[in-house]
Design a protein around this ligand. Structure first.
Ligand SMILES: [Cu+2]
Length: 267
């Protein structure tokens, strides 16, 4: 039949075009998503790798499922009124469609758990401990360092304190390639300490001891802000993070220590 001969290549072409379109769509989505910042800390890079791993798995599943769907729609579409062969129950198929998702969930859980543990438990002692206090509507950063930049007892009174204002956003300075611990505190409402290039944020909750450690690997200036709607002027709670070499950091600590006086620390 000439019409059937004409139709078969048409069907095949339609199928191939559909699969190619799906693949293109997923590739475009994946490319757009991979444009997110990779982060500048060891912890952020671990999280970014987890994100890409999850995204790739999702894309593979999407392409396979959609390809099977398009194939079934084209191949088994209704041709006449004869009921096609019916299959009821197949142990092998049911094992496959149960086993594959279980394996995917187990691998995602295990990998996520490992990354979470690495991010939340840094085995190295912090080189610098910074008390971050969120208040309506800015931040206070307090360091426990001697004039040469060495860590003092983190429970001793802070030696350098910066209190930001809306007009004068504070700059949080940290040395590169060293573990830095942030201890988050609030005396009023819940805030959230968020630095985009850390790929991380943590709530700042009154009466709760929240802390995290990062090791920054790239020098530069990055932007941070409160990420919890904490009141009318929440949008003013912005700050900057400057990641610098240890030499520059020590110079800054020395100059701040020399200039420090009780009058300079009054809010
Ligand atoms: Cu806020």
């Amino acid at each position: 039949m000439p019409t059937t001969r004409m139709r078969r290549p048409l069907r095949r072409a339609l199928f191939l075009v559909s699969v190619a379109a799906l693949a293109l769509l997923t590739f475009a989505t994946a490319s757009a998503q991979s444009g997110q910042p990779k982060g500048i800390t060891d912890e952020a890079r671990d999280m970014h790798t987890l994100y890409v791993f999850t995204l790739v798995m999702a894309v593979v599943v999407f392409v396979l499922v959609e390809a099977a769907l398009v194939y079934a729609i084209v191949k088994f579409r209704k041709k006449n009124d004869v009921l096609p062969a019916q299959t009821h129950g197949s142990t092998i198929i049911e094992m496959i469609w149960t086993g594959i998702p279980v394996l995917i969930v187990i691998s995602l859980f295990t990998y996520s758990f490992i990354v979470l543990r690495n991010v939340e438990n840094d085995p190295n002692p912090a080189a610098v401990v910074i008390d971050v206090t969120g208040f309506q509507y800015q931040w206070e950063f307090a360091y426990h360092l001697d004039a040469k930049g060495a860590n003092l007892d983190p429970d001793s009174p802070p030696t350098i304190t910066q209190i930001g204002t809306a007009a004068d956003e504070p700059i949080l300075r940290i040395p590169v390639d060293e573990p830095i611990e942030f201890r988050l505190k609030s005396n009023d409402v819940i805030h959230s300490f968020y630095v985009r290039d850390f790929l991380y944020k943590l709530d700042v909750i009154p009466g709760r001891d929240n802390r995290f450690t990062v090791t920054a690997r790239e020098e530069g200036t990055y932007i941070g802000q409160c990420a919890e709607l904490c009141g009318l002027n929440h949008a003013l709670m912005r700050f900057q993070i400057e990641v610098m070499s240890r030499e520059k950091f020590n110079e800054w600590v020395a100059s701040e220590s020399a200039a420090a006086s009780p009058a300079a620390r009054v809010p």
